[in-house]
Structures are given as C-alpha cells and as structure tokens.
Design a protein around this ligand. Sequence first.
Ligand code: AMP
Length: 280
Amino acid sequence: MRIIRSIRVLQVWRRKYATQRIGFVPTMGALHEGHLSLIRRARKHCSTVVVSIFVNPLQFSPSEDLSRYPRPVKSDQQLCREAGVDVLFCPSSEEFYPKDFQTTVKVNRLSQSWEGTFRPTHFEGVTTVVTKLLCLVRPNRSYFGQKDYQQLLVIKHMVKDLNIDTKIVRCSTIRESDGLALSSRNRYLSENQRRQAISLSVALRQGVQSIKHGQTNVQMIQNSMQKILEKFSGVRIEYLAVCDANTLSTLPRVKGEVVLVGAIQIGKVRLIDNMLAKGP
Ligand code: AMP
C-alpha cells in the first residue's frame, strides 16, 4: 500500500493509472467495520482502491469536536493495508486548504433540512471536501454509507448537478449486534451512555415495523418512536421523522419509499441514524 500525503504526488500517480477502474472511499479515519465494508465493496468491484483519511475542518462548527476527533493513524494504516487498499491519501489541512482558499460548493435545498438545521455549515464543508477529493482521485466509483443518509443524497445530487463522472455507490449501515450503528463517535460514550445509545435504532426499527404492518399515518409513527426514546433517560431528541426517501421532505402519509431519520444527543455525544421502509 502506498501512502500519499502530497496533492502533487497524488496527481502524478493518478495520471499513470488512467486506464484502471478506480474505487474511492473518502473517510475521516478512526476506521471501523462500517468503513471497512465500503473498502471491501470497492475492492471487489475495482482494480485499484483509494481511501482518503482527512479530518475535514470545514465540516465542523467551532463548537464541535474537531480537535478531539480520534486520529489513530497507525492502526488506520494497518487496517487499510489488511483490507487491500492500494493508495491511502492523507493530505495535511495546510496543503488542502491553503491560507488563500476561498471556494466552496453548496447544494442548496437538500442541505437545509434535518442535519442542516442543527449543523448549518456542515454540508457545505462536506460537499467542498468531496468535490476536491473527486477532482483529485477521479474515481469511476465512490463508496458512501447509508449511515449518513442525507449526506449520501446531497453528494448524489451534487455529482449529478456538476456532471462529475463517478458512480455513487450506497453501502448498507453496519451495526453492533444490539443495533447501534457503528460510528467513530461511539468511542466517546461512557458505559452508561452506551446503554442509552441503542434507543435510536430501537425507535427507528419500531417505526419500520409499524409501516410493515400497514400503518401509514406519519404523525402516529413519529409519536410512537418518540415515546420509545423518552423511556431512555439522558437522551435528548434533536429530530425524529418519517420523510420521502428522495427529497427528505415531510409527508402526512407513508407512500412509496420513505426514510425514518433521527438524531439524538447523549451528554456531549451526538448520534444519527436512519432506516428505509416501503409504504403502499
Ligand atoms: P466518516 O469517516 O464518518 O466521514 O465516514 C466515512 C464513510 O463511511 C461515509 O460514507 C459514512 O457514511 C461511512 N460510514 C460510517 N459509519 C458507517 C456504518 N456504520 N456503516 C456503513 N457506512 C458507514
């Protein structure tokens, strides 16, 4: 596995690999089975796999956890090596965003709801970093997790709007055996908080079940999910909703493909999750 830290070196490398089918997995590191499932999928379908690890300052607000975000550099490198990654791209913040950097990419409407309400500058940071990475790596396929469902939709839309020539591949959410979606932020949870953390997936699963059993009244589904979450002390709900799986707009009734989305705060830890369901 080749570790590349410089943008120039990556560009030179990319020119040499013009004919390969390149699969790309962008990450912020602190790799877990969720990230590894994306890498394995890329490994299966592409001749060359590029992973980036970059804790992107642009997507954190000043009050968020940028400085304490986990950075286990050596073990991340080892995991990538074991997963058969060809190139690990780890640029420095200074080179990626030089002092005179002044260009951003913004997906307007899709970025505003849900996560956008609670993290107003987040998606602009994500779309800017992903655009830069896609320009550098020029992958045939780019792998993103369903875990960050709104992010996935925003990036899909951006790639379509800007005619970026890469296929966005959606990969299922990997969970712990009790249902908690894997996340680099789970390591912040204390033992007690870890027990509370399953609440979100329990509520979402209950919502999916009720849709399967024929419930179409969105208000009733949301109320029953909220009741479940309220049973867990120490969990603060940021949002919990059933919405259209393509536009993320709210619905009075379940119809076609919907996504159940939620965000909770446990102490200082913020967790998000989602599940898809099909209505009549
Ligand atoms: P991050 O390092 O958190 O920016 O995530 C990098 C990529 O891994 C994103 O496409 C995420 O959606 C994906 N990812 C994170 N957690 C999971 C998970 N539990 N299952 C599947 N994909 C995930």
